[in-house]
Design a protein around this ligand. Structure first.
Ligand SMILES: NC(=O)c1ccc[n+]([C@@H]2O[C@H](COP(=O)([O-])OP(=O)(O)OC[C@H]3O[C@@H](n4cnc5c(N)ncnc54)[C@H](OP(=O)(O)O)[C@@H]3O)[C@@H](O)[C@H]2O)c1
Length: 313
C-alpha cells in the first residue's frame, strides 16, 4: 500500500481508502453489522488507514459501526467524517450553520468512540450559510482539538477559494471515476495548484466497474444505484458493458480483477490523494485493498483514455 500526504495537513492517507456509505444500511439495502465490522477490520489489516463516513450514512449507523470496529485500533486509522447534511423527511437538507455543525461534531465523536476526528469535512455546499461563518467554526473546532484537519466535499473552485481565506483546507472529496470526469478541467488543476488533496468517491461507479453485473441488476426503490449512480440504466448501461470488455483484457494481463483497473486508474490521476472504495464485507475489503499493491503502466493509462472515449463517447 502506498500512502500520500493529504494536502497541507499532517495526515498520511492510504491511496485506497474505505468508504462506508453502503454499510450505513440506508440506500444500499440491508446491512449486516458483523460483516461490516469485519470489512473495516480486514481493510485495516490490509494497510488501509483512511475510513470515510458521514452522519447521514444510515443516520449515525455507519459512524457507530466504525466506532465498534476500531476499538483498540484507533491509533491505526484516520477517521474522516462529515457535517452539514441531514434528512428532513425524505429530503436532504444542507445546513452548514455553526450551530448545527457544532451539535453534529459532538454526536459524531460519541458514535465514533473517539475524542478527536482526524478529518472533518463539510459534506455539501450550503447556499444559505456564508462559508466564512462555517469555516470560522471549523477552525475553532480545530483549535479546541476536536478535529485534526478540515476538509470539504462537493465544493467547486470558487467556493474553495472563499473557504481557504478563513481556514486551511486539507482536502476536497468529490465524485470521480472513468465514468464521471467532471472535475478534470477546473477542479483538479485548482487543487493541484493549491495543494488540496482530492479524495475520489465512487471510483467503481457504485460497483458496476467490478464487472460483476452481467445482466442489468434490479435495485429496490431508493437504492443509491437508482438515483445517485446513473450507469445501471440505458444509455449508459450498454456503454459501460463495452468499456468493461476492454478493461477486462488489461486486468487479465495482470491476473487481477477488473475492479483494480478502475480503482488504480482513479488513484493514478493527478491530484488524487486517495480513492475511496466502498466495501460491505471482508472479502470485498481485502480485494479492494489489493489494488494498492500494483499500478497501471503509462501506456495502459493512455490506452484506457482512448477506450473510454470510444466506448462512452
Ligand atoms: N461525499 C459524497 O458526497 C459521497 C458520495 C458518494 C460516496 N461517498 C464516499 O465514497 C465511498 C465510495 O463510494 P461508493 O461506496 O458510493 O461506491 P463504490 O466504491 O464505487 O462502490 C462500492 C460498492 O461496490 C460493491 N463492491 C465493492 N467492492 C467490491 C468487490 N470487490 N467486488 C464486488 N463488489 C464490490 C459494494 O456494493 P454491493 O455489495 O452492494 O454490490 C460496494 O458498496 C462511499 O462509501 C462514501 O464513503 C461520498
Amino acid at each position: 500500500m502506498e500512502y500520500r500526504r493529504l494536502g497541507k495537513s499532517e495526515l498520511n492517507v492510504s491511496v485506497i481508502g474505505l468508504g462506508t456509505w453502503a454499510i450505513g444500511g440506508k440506500f444500499w439495502g440491508h446491512t449486516d453489522e458483523a460483516a461490516a465490522i469485519a470489512a473495516i477490520q480486514k481493510a485495516i489489516d490490509c494497510g488501509i488507514n483512511l475510513i470515510d463516513t458521514a452522519p447521514i450514512y444510515g443516520e449515525g449507523h455507519s459512524e457507530e459501526i466504525i466506532g465498534k470496529a476500531v476499538k483498540g485500533r484507533r491509533h491505526q486509522v484516520i477517521i474522516a467524517t462529515k457535517c452539514g447534511a441531514r434528512f428532513k423527511g425524505p429530503d436532504l437538507v444542507n445546513d452548514l450553520t455553526p450551530k448545527f455543525i457544532r451539535k453534529e461534531v459532538e454526536v459524531s465523536l460519541k458514535l465514533l468512540g473517539t475524542d478527536v476526528i482526524d478529518l472533518y469535512q463539510c459534506h455539501f455546499p450550503d447556499p444559505n450559510t456564508p462559508i466564512e461563518e462555517t469555516m470560522a467554526e471549523m477552525a475553532k473546532m480545530k483549535a479546541e482539538g476536536k478535529i485534526r484537519a478540515i476538509g470539504v466535499s462537493n465544493f467547486d473552485a470558487a467556493l474553495l477559494t472563499k473557504a481557504q481565506k478563513v481556514a486551511q483546507i486539507a482536502s476536497n472529496q468529490v465524485g470521480y471515476s472513468m465514468l464521471n470526469r467532471g472535475i478534470e478541467n477546473e477542479l483538479i488543476p485548482f487543487c493541484l495548484e493549491q495543494d488540496i488533496g482530492i479524495l475520489a468517491y465512487g471510483p467503481m461507479g457504485g460497483g458496476i466497474l467490478t464487472g460483476k453485473y452481467k445482466q442489468k441488476p434490479k435495485f429496490e426503490g431508493g437504492d443509491a444505484r437508482t438515483w445517485f449512480y446513473n450507469f445501471y440504466e440505458e444509455p449508459l448501461w450498454s456503454k459501460v458493458q463495452a468499456l468493461l470488455k476492454e478493461l477486462e483484457k488489461i486486468a487479465a494481463r495482470h491476473g487481477k480483477p477488473v475492479s483494480h483497473v478502475a480503482v488504480n486508474w482513479v488513484r493514478q490521476q493527478p491530484g488524487i490523494a486517495s480513492a475511496l472504495v466502498g466495501a460491505r464485507n471482508p472479502q470485498q475489503a481485502e480485494a479492494n485493498a489489493a489494488a494498492g499493491d500494483w499500478q497501471l503502466s503509462a501506456e495502459e493509462l493512455s490506452g484506457i483514455e482512448k477506450t473510454v472515449s470510444q466506448t462512452l463517447g
